[in-house]
Design a binder for this molecule. Structure first.
Ligand code: XIL
Length: 457
């Protein structure tokens, strides 16, 4: 049920206070007044993220981490959260390398896509040789253990990766997991939801970019079926590895839109496009614009930072060259993101906006909460919007009367319950006039009555 309240709080009485009410979560961002200069900041202008795959083994390389820290606001572990990495021996879990990536991301206010809980590939040796009920139970135990360990820290999990076959049939890929029964995918999604109810749960695959391909249709029918039967699925990831044999299809935006129309978010999860120069740049431009044109396309992740970091390094498929310099493809993505698009919708149940201005020299700011509440927990996403002048920093005060914060992203919080003050992190301090940035937190209990108020600082 949509419930709507509004409340105004004047922190300093002499200043006018304006209350505005926002219905739903679709806000049309005006064109950027000042173009953002990093991918993450540019994507945030329309409420989206821009991420990259990260390899723990490269975190000692300062050129690599410099670009990572500066440009990206979402992170995927390239290999470190896969089944072979996290459960090398049955029931012995190993999170060291994954945690290095998770900790870096969280310290920097970046969010994390979890990749991947169940997959036919990169299984530990002990699992490759299993079958039947023993394998089904081992898979479900893995999903439960890993999703529980990272509960509250993951924005979206690729719960199942690459379960459909290539070719003309549109059916499932044969694998040891598939041979445990066709319901293995929905069983994995249910286990993931129970373990981490705050994470978005995604199905992720490749060669699902062309709407006319049988594989795309097969995945579409599965998602449609899951939605109709109440199997918990929130998003579809399109890996989008492109090269001359597998180019960006002309109907790519149609594919994104058709999945979104099923009532799921769509994310581009592993983007790389082989090539160079202006042709590569124009392909990146097309992909970025396709996402921006689809309201529920919530973000883009590229599969690595520099060309030399890529799993397909010889195809020079990324946005930075081997020396860490920005390529033409980088500029085309940044320009496209700055051109903006309608913001993504979310599962808003309550929206409250409170506007406060505390400084006659600024246009103040507003804070609107989008609350996803379930029995026992919640995720609150707070949109901070600059008023008539740019923000150089901001603070948001929230009230948690019956809930406790367990994790947060893109802001620093002063505590976990009662009055909690949130302040910007480095990369989202500057918000152009009329533009927005988002932060969020997850908690136990109730997120009702947060009544956020924003102060320019
Ligand atoms: C790749 C990694 O980039 C490589 O380092 C690794 O050797 C193999 O896996 N689809 C996926 C990703 O979902 O996990 C894969 O990542 C690329 C294809």
């Amino acid at each position: 049920m949509m419930r709507l309240t509004s409340k105004s709080v004047a922190l300093i009485p002499i200043i006018a206070t304006v209350a505005t009410v926002v219905i739903g979560a679709t806000l049309i961002a005006p064109p950027a007044a000042n173009a953002a200069t990093t991918l993450g900041a540019a994507a945030q202008q329309s409420g989206r993220y821009f991420g990259t795959a990260v390899a723990a083994g490269r975190l000692g390389d300062s050129t690599y981490t410099g670009i990572l820290n500066r440009e990206f606001d979402m992170v995927t572990a390239e290999n470190e959260m896969k089944m072979d990495a996290t459960e090398p021996n049955q029931n012995q879990f190993s999170y060291g390398n994954a945690d290095r990536i998770v900790n870096l991301a969280r310290n920097q206010g970046k969010r994390i896509r979890g990749h991947a809980l169940a997959w036919h590939s990169q299984q530990p040796r002990w699992m490759e040789n299993m079958s039947g009920t023993a394998l089904r139970n081992a898979m479900l135990n893995h999903v439960t253990q890993v999703a529980t360990y990272y509960r509250g820290k993951i924005y979206a999990w690729d719960v199942v990766n690459e379960a459909f076959a290539d070719g003309s049939g549109g059916g499932r890929r044969d694998s040891n997991l598939q041979r445990t029964g066709n319901d293995w995918i929905e069983a994995a999604f249910r286990a993931a939801r129970a373990a981490d109810p705050g994470a978005k749960l995604c199905y992720n695959d490749y060669n699902t970019d062309d709407w006319s391909h049988a594989k795309t249709q097969g995945v579409y029918r599965m998602v449609q079926d899951f939605k109709s039967r109440g199997v918990p699925i929130d998003c579809v990831g399109l890996q989008s590895h492109f090269n001359s044999q597998s180019p960006v299809p002309s109907n790519y935006q149609t594919t994104l839109q058709n999945f979104a129309n099923l009532g799921v978010d769509v994310q581009i999860t592993e983007l790389d496009i082989e090539g160079s120069g202006s042709s590569q740049a124009s392909n990146y431009d097309r992909v970025t614009r396709a996402c921006l044109a689809v309201t529920r396309c919530t973000g883009i992740t590229v599969w690595g930072i520099r060309d030399t970091d890529s799993w397909r390094a010889s195809g020079t498929p990324l946005l930075f060259d081997g020396n860490g310099n920005k390529k033409a493809a980088y500029n085309s993505v940044l320009d496209a993101l700055n051109a903006g698009g309608p913001g993504p919708t979310s599962t808003t149940t309550t929206t409250t906006t409170t506007t406060t201005s505390n400084d006659p020299g600024t246009g103040g700011c507003t804070a609107a909460v989008s609350l996803n509440q379930w029995n026992g927990g919640f995720v609150a996403t707070i949109k901070v919007t600059a008023g008539s002048s740019a923000l150089r920093g901001w603070r948001v005060t929230t009230t948690l009367s019956n809930g406790t914060v367990t994790s947060s992203w893109s802001a620093n919080g002063s505590g976990t319950s009662g009055t909690v003050n949130w302040s910007n992190v480095d990369y989202n301090a500057n918000v152009p006039a009329g533009q927005s940035t988002e932060f969020g937190f997850q908690g136990n209990g109730s997120g009702a009555g947060l009544n956020p108020s924003c102060t320019a600082s």
